[in-house]
Design a protein around this ligand. Sequence first.
Ligand code: ATP
Length: 376
Amino acid sequence: MVDSKNNFATTPDPQAFVQIQSLSKDFDEFKAVDQVNLDIRKGELFAILGGSGCGKSTLLRMLAGLETPTSGRIIVDGDDITDWPAYDRPINMMFQSYALFPHMTVEKNIAYGLRKQGIERSEIDRRVQRMLELVQLGGFAKRKPNRLSGGEKQRVALARALIKNPKLLLLDEPLAALDKKLREQTQFELMNLQDELGITFIVVTHDQEEAMTLATRIAVMKEGQFVQTGTPAQIYEYPKNRFVANFIGTINIFDATVVELDDSGLTAKLDHSEILMKAHTDSAASTGDKVGIAVRPEKISISKQLPMGENITTAKGVVLDLAYYGNYSIYRVKTESGLMVQVSAQNRQRSSEHVVEWDDEVYLSWEQGSSIVLLE
Ligand code: ATP
C-alpha cells in the first residue's frame, strides 16, 4: 500500500528498528510536522534534509523526547516510546552548538552522563578512555573546551553522546560549526565511527552535500512532510519533482510539452523552440502534458563538432561563461532558441589545450536515458 500523501510504502518494514507512524506536531494552527511516516533499519545512517523551517528539528526533538507530538507514535526496537520521558529513552542527541560544559575538562564532559547515573568510578574511567581513543582525543583529556578547535569540540560532543551506548543517536546539523576542509574530514570520521559501532544515526541537515556523502538513505522534507525518501543515488538520479531536483545538486530544467509516447519513453517539444527532447519515463505522462525535462550538467557533452548517434538530444549554442576549477570546468551555454544550459566537463587535457573557449559555437548533446521527466 502506498501513502499518496507522502508517497512511500506504509506497509511496515519487518526489519524496521525505528518506526515513525503518522507523527505530527502543531504549533497552534501551524503544522510544523505533518503526518510523517518512516521506517529506519538498525545501523542505518539516515539523513533528514530540508531548508530552514521545514520541521526537521521539531521531528528530531520529538524523537529525543524534547517535544510532545500532537499525534502519532514513535517505536524504537519494539518499544513504543512516544510517552516516555527524554531521560528514559534509549536515544541520545548531539546538538548543533555541541553544548559542552565550559568549566569541565574534556574527560569530565564525556563522563557527565555516566556520573549522573551513579556508575562506579572505575567503570566510568574505563569507558571514558575508550571514548577518547575512539574519537582520537587521547592527549586532550585534561583540556577545557575553550582550548579546543571546532573539530575537536565536535568530537568531544560525539563522545559524550556515545558513551551511554544509545540505541539511536540523533545529530542536529553535526558539521555546521566546522569550516569546509574540516567538514569533509569529519564527515569521513563520522561514517567510520558509525560503521565501527553499528549504532543507528539520524542526522538532520540543510546541506545536501553533507546528506549525500554521509547517509545510507535520505528523506527530503518540505513544509512538515517528506517529499521523497531514497538512497542518495535514487534521489540524485530520479528526483520525484522540481523541488527535489533543484534541492539536490545543480540541474537544468526545461519546460516542454509531450508530443509523442513510445516504448522507450517520450518525446517532448521545448516551449518557445523547435527542439525535441527524448526521455525515458516511468511516469504516467500523456500527449499534450506540460512537463519539465531535467538534465544534470555532467550528463551533457559539449563539443565543437556535431555529435552523431541515436536517441540523443542536441542543441547548438554559444559559450557565455566558463569557470575553470582545475579538474573540471563549468560552461554556461546559450542555445539558438535562447535557453541557458549549464554543462560541467572533466578536464582531461591540460588547460593550454582546452578545446572549448568563451564565445565558441558549440553543440550540446545528451542521451535519452540522461533526461528526467518531472510531472510536477
Ligand atoms: P532550521 O534549519 O532553520 O533550524 P527546521 O527545519 O529545523 O529549520 P523547525 O525548527 O523544526 O525547522 O521549525 C519548523 C517550523 O515550526 C518553523 O516555522 C518554526 O518557526 C516553527 N516552530 C518551531 N518551534 C516552535 C514553537 N515552539 N512555537 C511555534 N512555532 C515553532
